[in-house]
Design a protein around this ligand. Structure first.
Ligand code: S6P
Ligand code: ZN
Length: 189
């Protein structure tokens, strides 16, 4: 159970979420994400000099009654590893809860996959929302030149399954092409 005092209001800014009482802060660096990227040579080269933060998120996870809502703010830094854009690890919701993403700023793609291997990619634009149905793993990719900042809201008591995505990867990747980002098949998944 979080120790946030309800009700409350706050702005859609990282500083506001950071200062929420009881917030979980998660910082993911390249070293936490090594197998996610296609270009392992590029991963090694970057890690030889630095271990950059790829994204951070601040979340309030609710574990009480079914009527509660968990929520968080994610900030993915702009950049690429080789030709592949910075992205989140990605996960399934074990207990099948749906989720809403609301884009605050920046541009990206939300990659989705079912356990049967069906895939989708949804555009993320400022002010846009994406609906993630339960049963679809989700990974967010920052394809822009600025931070991608988005709010996420999901039901309480959701267990996050990172292992399946870590083991099998996503069937699609987002790479820089001659005219911008392209969604390609992941031949390593
Ligand atoms: C939680 C929701 C997001 C992600 C966050 C980081 O259900 O989908 O808040 O946790 O965007 O992604 P990941 O894959 O590292 O949890
Ligand atoms: Zn989620």
């Amino acid at each position: 159970m979080s120790s946030v005092q309800f009700p409350f209001n706050l702005t859609l800014e990282s500083e506001a979420f950071q200062s929420l009482h009881g917030v979980n802060t998660i910082i993911r660096r390249l070293s936490d994400m090594i197998p996610c990227f296609a270009d392992q040579q590029a991963v090694k080269q970057i890690l030889a000099e630095d271990d950059p933060i790829l994204y951070e998120f601040w979340e309030i996870e609710q574990e009480g009654s079914a009527g509660e809502l968990s929520f968080g703010l994610t900030r993915i830094h702009a950049g690429k590893i080789g030709k592949e854009y910075h992205m989140t690890k990605g996960h399934f919701h074990v207990t099948d809860g749906d989720e809403i993403y609301v884009v605050v700023s920046g541009h990206g793609l939300l990659l989705l996959q079912t356990r049967e291997g069906e895939t989708r990619s949804l555009e993320m634009v400022p002010g846009g929302i994406c609906y993630v149905p339960g049963g679809w793993a989700h990974r967010t990719v920052n394809t822009g030149n600025d931070n991608l900042l988005f709010l996420s809201i999901w039901p309480p008591n959701i267990e996050h399954d990172y292992e399946t995505v870590a083991k099998h990867g996503f069937p699609i990747r987002v790479m820089e092409g001659a005219d911008g980002p392209i969604v390609t098949d992941n031949d390593q998944s």
